[in-house]
Design a protein around this ligand. Structure first.
Ligand code: AVJ
Length: 327
């Protein structure tokens, strides 16, 4: 489906390839019937969830967004020089499009393809960017970047593709899946493909746990909003006050886990199905893996990228990696 807005600028293209309601329901029920229970983190980003995440990024406790933006702003010239002008930038999870804006003057890409599950935010931001930069061809694709239809569109990109994947979104995948994602991107985008990827790095446990348990409680609201969304969109009847947010770092697995904890034994209905919870049982809603620079570089090499360049902050808390020279 192709949408047009009133007064859409000529350099803007909008496409909606969002998941069918029935597919979302299947995925949710599969996760809630599994043991341990789980829900996919992409469901966080409805209109309220996208706004909560935006609010979280402005907090002192949640450091990744701020550090990455600092790195991109300070190193833009070096990054632009390493990539060269005229690239076609593809950004999964584009959200507010703040980060690409930091790179535009130094990178001078030809086109920008933004993909995000949060359709309203995506279309609004794409329109704004297309107006600000009339020289840039802006395409917005509302959908899950792992969806076959979305991947087919990405595979159609001609020119010099740059997969821009900031924010440590790759950290939501298991390391093996993350490696598959990179290998897959290289096949999909061809031998000219480069990737510019933001990765949250291993750091002291206190800083990690504070980032996912911010004192203002925004992460908790972000996590619980998932249940509010299921109530509204999938005929569910979660009692939100009977669940609580839990996040902790597992140093052995190098990941922050987020859960929703059932405060008591209870039954919940989702589109007619009954889901039983024991007291203290959790729904695992997210993993956020942290890497050491050399671990991520080894993963990139394993996925077929011969060369990596890294930019990071003074403490090495966050890394921006350029993967180039595909095998
Ligand atoms: C957007 C997936 C990178 O894992 O840090 C923030 C999402 N979850 N706080 C992350 C998130 C809890 C975030 N990513």
């Amino acid at each position: 489906m192709t949408s047009t807005l009133a007064d859409a600028p000529p350099n803007l293209n909008l496409h909606a390839l969002t998941q069918a309601h029935a597919d979302v329901l299947d995925e949710v029920l599969e996760g809630l019937h599994a043991s341990p229970k789980r829900l996919p983190p992409k469901l966080f980003y409805d209109v309220s969830g996208a706004r909560l995440f935006q609010d979280l990024c402005a907090t002192d406790a949640y450091y990744p967004t701020r550090l990455e933006a600092q790195i991109l702003a300070e190193q833009a010239d070096g990054i632009g020089a390493a990539i060269g002008p005229g690239a076609v930038v593809i950004e999964p999870g584009a959200g507010e499009m703040r980060k690409i804006r930091l790179l535009l003057p130094a990178l001078c890409p030809r086109a920008y393809l933004a993909v995000d599950v949060s359709k309203h935010q995506l279309f609004d931001e794409a329109q704004r960017l297309a107006r600000e930069c009339p020289w840039l061809e802006v395409t917005a694709l509302a959908g899950d970047f792992q969806d076959a239809r979305v991947r087919a569109r990405i595979g159609d990109v001609r020119g010099r593709p740059l997969l821009f994947f900031p924010g440590s979104t790759l950290g939501n995948f298991e390391p093996e899946q993350a490696a598959d994602f990179l290998r897959d991107a290289r096949h999909l985008l061809g031998p000219q493909a480069r990737c510019l990827i933001g990765i949250d790095l291993v750091k002291p446990l206190e800083a990690l746990e504070r980032a996912y348990n911010d004192p203002e409680g925004i992460t908790a609201r972000f996590n619980l909003n998932l249940l509010t969304r299921l109530n509204r969109e999938l005929e569910a009847d979660f009692d939100i006050s009977a669940f609580s947010h839990r996040a902790f770092y597992d140093p052995a697995l190098q990941r922050v886990e987020m859960h929703l904890v059932s405060e008591r034994a209870q039954s919940v209905h989702v589109a007619g199905a009954t889901i039983r919870f024991a007291a203290g049982e959790t729904i695992h809603t997210e993993n956020s893996f942290k890497y050491r620079p050399e671990q991520f570089e080894a993963m990139a090499r394993g996925a077929g990228f011969r060369r990596t360049t890294r930019w990071s902050d003074a403490r090495d808390w966050f890394g921006v990696f350029l993967l180039h020279e595909a095998v």
